[in-house]
Design a protein around this ligand. Structure first.
Ligand code: PEP
Length: 248
């Protein structure tokens, strides 16, 4: 039995005030009735403050990306070790906005997953097809390519990893994959991992992301291979985010 996980991705939103208001409201709403693990990925600059604001470790704080390098002359980069140092517990790697807007390649992303794991962070490796891929029926090829890059790397620890399936056409658009469609892709991802390590594949949590809202969360999270969600826009409203967590 896999414990579900709901992760909020605030993207480049917020302020010092909003971070404390939103986090406190979320922390107040995450009670014992919520079985899911919960995390919030804030912008880098708010991670340390967010970690010290929380009274319990019921909510984990995450980052939205990380450097593939451990230290040195990489101006502007933030290493996994630095993130771990300020209380960060997990990190998104390969969010579609990183892949498309910042040109992050599979190779760089796999190196980031390795760097995160070496510093004790849980990487949340994101995969997903574009609308053009979806329309041309290439979803499974794209997923195989993105997940395959990870599986081909001998340095990856499959027991310390979360995957997120996020169809790019569903992110921030109000469109979502149907629960059945999403389940097919999640089952396929698990199958790919199973070929490498059957036991790790059974334990691996695969989250769905792409316009998850309280009214579609129950059906999505009810699918056998969907183990929770990666939530963008809806994580910026405490009540909405808590309501999604309640459904996981
Ligand atoms: C995301 O950014 O990971 C995401 C899923 O966004 P949204 O929920 O707004 O579609």
């Amino acid at each position: 039995m896999r414990q579900s996980f709901v992760i909020g991705n605030w993207k480049m939103n917020g302020s010092l005030d909003l971070t404390s208001e939103l986090l406190q409201a979320i922390e107040n709403g995450i009670d014992d009735k919520i079985a899911s693990e919960v995390a919030v990925c804030t912008p880098f600059v708010y991670i340390a403050g967010a970690s010290s604001l929380l009274d319990s470790n019921r909510i984990k704080i995450g980052a939205q990306t990380v450097s593939e390098y451990s230290d040195g002359a990489y101006t502007g980069e933030i290493s996994a070790k630095m993130l771990a140092d300020i209380g960060c517990k997990l990190v998104l790697v390969g969010h579609s906005e990183r892949r498309t807007l910042f040109g992050e390649t599979n190779d760089a992303l796999v190196a980031k997953v390795v760097a995160a794991q070496l510093s004790g962070l849980i990487p949340v490796y994101c995969v997903g097809e574009t609308h053009a891929d979806y329309e041309s029926g290439s979803t499974f090829d794209v997923i195989e390519n993105q997940v395959g890059a990870l599986l081909n790397c001998e340095d990856i620890d499959l027991n310390n990893l979360i995957l997120a399936y996020e169809p790019v056409w569903a992110i921030g658009t109000g469109l979502t994959a149907s629960p059945e469609e999403a389940q097919r892709v999640h089952a396929y991802i698990r199958e790919l991992v199973e070929k490498k390590d059957r036991e790790a594949a059974q334990k691996l949590r695969i989250l769905y992301g792409g316009s998850v809202k309280p009214d579609n969360a129950t059906a999505l999270f009810g699918q056998e291979d969907i183990d929770g969600g990666l939530i963008g826009g809806a994580s910026l409203d405490a009540d909405t985010f808590i309501s999604i967590c309640q459904k996981a």
